[in-house]
Design a protein. Structure first.
Length: 330
């Protein structure tokens, strides 16, 4: 049996189908000693002798990849792969895979939990009542409020479907739209600037790339309504946190909900965590019980397929590695 590192902390100690897939394929799961997100130094140690890993958000840097020539597959239990140096992986013959179609509904549900939490002022009401204060105040409706969706891929579409059920008018910024979906669901495609200016809630659903880093910054925050809210369940690097802090403190926007941060976990004294108009969760949007198991199953299946000489093309991030991909390192 070959070892496979199970790096994501949510997969530790559970019994799920991904374990059966791995063992049937000739692999034995191994777990890091630390059941939390691994640092680069910890990952360097944990990958010793490991040919494949089911990966979370830990950093697969060029240094990590170069230090482990036996590594053949980095299989993300998710759909983002910004924590992986894909160029370095390709140069070293390492296939990088994702788990498409597994977590869009989980992220969409969490996104709406955050939208509702902001609109209904749930954290403040919860904390006040637990402290013995009966503070009945009117809160915001979401019906009739415009939702601007930045990125209309699988997750953005899942958010749009839920927004329709809440009777929210929909705007979307998407350079490569699915026009049939847009037409069927009455979504208005607009520029990013128009979306920011007209939306009551702005929800981010784009990947983190060099082009999208700090998409939300001092200039773009300045385009939003002072009554609007920002929701980020995508990647922390999409938002310039210093600019967001200023916008929230100065009242440029009404509030924000953040599931992701530039540094994860953020430091305990991060100033955004101290603001009453910020709702936060620990990068949990994509990991409910169902999506957790489906993402892990998908990642395990990709590892087994590649070990057998198959090529799961829909999951491969770096198809250019194929000509020099070999499972054996002998």
């Amino acid at each position: 049996m070959q070892p496979v590192l199970i790096a994501p902390a949510p997969l530790a100690g559970i019994k799920a189908s991904f374990l059966d897939v791995l063992r049937a394929g000739g692999f034995e799961p191994v777990y890091p000693a630390k059941q939390a997100q691994l640092t680069e130094a910890e990952l360097l140690e944990a990958l010793r002798g490991i040919p494949a890993v089911i990966a979370g958000s830990e950093p697969y840097t060029a240094a990590v990849i170069a230090a482990h020539p036996q590594l053949r597959v980095i299989a993300r239990a998710g759909v983002g792969y910004d924590a992986v140096d894909v160029a370095a992986a390709t140069a070293h013959g390492v296939a990088v895979t994702i788990a498409p179609g597994t977590n869009q509904d989980a992220v969409a549900e969490h996104t709406f939990a955050l939208i509702l939490g902001l609109a209904k002022n749930l954290p403040s009401q919860h904390n006040a009542l637990k402290a013995g204060r009966w503070e009945r105040r009117a809160n915001l409706p979401v019906r009739g409020r415009t939702l601007g969706i930045v990125g209309l891929g699988r997750i953005g579409k899942a958010v749009a479907l839920r927004a329709k059920a809440f009777a929210m008018p929909l705007l979307a910024y998407e350079p490569y739209p699915d026009h049939s979906f847009v037409a069927e669901h009455g979504i208005r495609l607009v520029s990013l600037e128009t979306l920011l200016a007209e939306s009551d809630f702005v929800s981010l659903h784009v990947p983190l790339t060099p082009e999208s880093r700090y998409l939300i910054n001092r200039r773009t925050l300045g385009l939003m309504k002072p009554t609007a809210f920002l929701v980020n369940t995508a990647r922390g690097g999409l938002v310039n946190e210093a600019d967001l802090l200023q916008a929230l403190q100065a009242g440029w926007i009404a509030g924000a909900a953040l599931d992701v941060f530039e540094e994860e976990p953020p430091p305990a004294d991060h100033p955004l965590l101290a603001l009453e108009n910020v709702l936060v969760t620990p990068h949990a949007a994509g990991v409910d019980l169902q999506s957790r198991d489906e993402m892990a199953h998908s990642a395990a299946s990709a590892i087994v397929a590649l070990s057998r000489g198959q090529w799961p093309a829909e999951q491969i991030v770096n198809p250019e590695v194929r000509p020099h991909f070999r499972w054996s390192i002998s």
